[in-house]
Write a protein that binds this ligand. Sequence first.
Ligand code: FES
Length: 99
Amino acid sequence: MKQHTIKFPHTDHAPAILPEGANLAENLSIVNSPMLFGCRSGICGTCLVHIELGYERLIPPSDNEREALEIYAPDNPRARLACQISLVADISLIKIESV
Ligand code: FES
């Protein structure tokens, strides 16, 4: 099975290695990561992240996620809601704390 790596730059957390298509909300809750999740449905913004590397390789945000991102991170073109990401590439993400 294909796997991808998620790195958490600027933290002490080791990279997480997850299978292709892994839902980040399900998987990053059970491995040691800096991520916190609330609603897990793209509404609350708790899981807001900046995708430092790999953004363009991810499946683009849905219309609903895009609407939420316009509220939570209107000036960050590399922001995503981690709970809405299916892992299809190696990525590096930074939690955005300002929500
Ligand atoms: S956990 Fe609420 S938007 Fe992702």
